[in-house]
Each structure stands twice: as C-alpha cells, then as structure tokens.
Design a protein around this ligand. Sequence first.
Ligand SMILES: Nc1ncnc2c1ncn2[C@@H]1O[C@H](COP(=O)(O)OP(=O)(O)OP(=O)(O)O)[C@@H](O)[C@H]1O
Length: 221
Amino acid sequence: MLFELDNVELYFKNKRILNGIYLKAETGKVTGILGRNGCGKSSLLNIAFGSLKAKYQLIRLDNTPVLKPLYQTKRVKYLPQYHFVPNSFRLAKVFKLYQLQWEDFAKRFPTMAQFEKHRFKNLSGGERRLIESYIILKSDSQIVLLDEPFSHLAPLHIDVVKELIEEEKQNKAIIISDHMYRHIIDMSDDLYLLKNGTTKLITNLTELEDYHYLSEGTLSN
Ligand SMILES: Nc1ncnc2c1ncn2[C@@H]1O[C@H](COP(=O)(O)OP(=O)(O)OP(=O)(O)O)[C@@H](O)[C@H]1O
C-alpha cells in the first residue's frame, strides 16, 4: 500500500506553519521525519491521521484520494505525543480492547509483566509510553503514525521497540518522528527533514548538516 500526503498548507491564525508538503510511506518501509522543535511535525501527523484539518491537504492511498479523515477508514493507528489511554483503565482491559495478548507483551518486556492488573495512572511516564507504543504498533492497521515513541524510554526498551518496528513494517507503512535522530536515521528507509514548512527528502545524510538540522561534524563523531 502506498500512502501519500501532498500539497498541505496549514495556518494557525495568520501564521503559516506548513506549505508545499509531500510525504510518501509504503508497506514494508519506515519513513522518518526529522525537524527542529516547533517546525510542524506533530501537526503533520495530525493532518495525516485526520484529527487536524489544514487549509489545503491531499491524502492518497494507492493513488486514490481519500476525502474523509483517514481515521474513519480504520486503516491507521496513531501514537500522539500525549497519553491516550484513560488513567483509570487497568492494563489487562486496555490489551483486551485492542485485542492484544498480555502474555506476548510480558514475554518481550519481562520487567513489565507484574503490571497486568495495574491501572495506567500508576505506571511511570516511560512505562506508559512503552505500553502505548506497543499497542499502536501491534494492533491491527495498515498505516502507523508514531510521534516521539522513544521519549522517556530506557535504552533497552528503545532497542526492543525498534525490533518491533522492524517486524511490524513487514505488513504496515510506518511513519515516525522523534528527536532521537540517530535512532530515526538508523531505522528509516526513507527520511524527510521538515524545515521552513516544507519536507525535504534526504538522500545523503550530510544534508542534515547542510540544512543546519545537525551541527557540522555531528555525523562523523
Ligand atoms: N493549536 C495550535 N494553535 C496555535 N499554534 C499552534 C497549535 N499547535 C501548534 N501550534 C504551533 O505550530 C507550530 C508547529 O507545532 P508542532 O507541535 O506541530 O511542532 P513539532 O515539530 O511537533 O514540535 P516539537 O518537536 O517541539 O514537538 C509551533 O510553532 C506551535 O507553536
């Protein structure tokens, strides 16, 4: 499946945030988005999901325009920056709702096994992020949008989430944005830099320094 986001123009009040966007994601690939704070990465993912409407936007699936919000097609899952699981829910219930097996999760993350009967609010920030990233990656969908999945995660958990992304991309198109640029570079089959409201497809990593996203020499260190 081919997902394309094209011709996006987004304003907040009179301020233009995004213009002339093109982004492509495909089943079997991870598409990374890098960019400085406030450049519009979350807005772009929101527009892709359908929870934010831009002045102009065009979404195509397999070359066919999608005119309703993508989330209404039930083909997409979105990990937003904020916690989306209700605080009072026990993890067993959340897994049941998303039709996932707790045992599979506990096998991957043995230190989390003890939390099955715990309420979401009683977990740490990193544990909550891990649960939510897992749910979004593993539950049924064709397109996965991940906004900062690694924030607050311990390095060992980041490695396992990266493994999960590698597995899940076999059957899904995955779009990911995070400030942990080394992980994004490492995982991405296609990489975009969002700058001055526009996406630039990165074909050579040195462009990340040329466009002043990374300071000079960062990549050779
Ligand atoms: N609801 C809103 N109303 C007005 N301005 C907004 C709104 N949401 C975001 N913005 C502004 O739009 C710009 C893009 O925000 P966005 O959250 O998309 O950036 P980002 O690249 O995801 O940032 P970060 O990396 O810090 O999470 C920012 O300047 C932000 O202040």
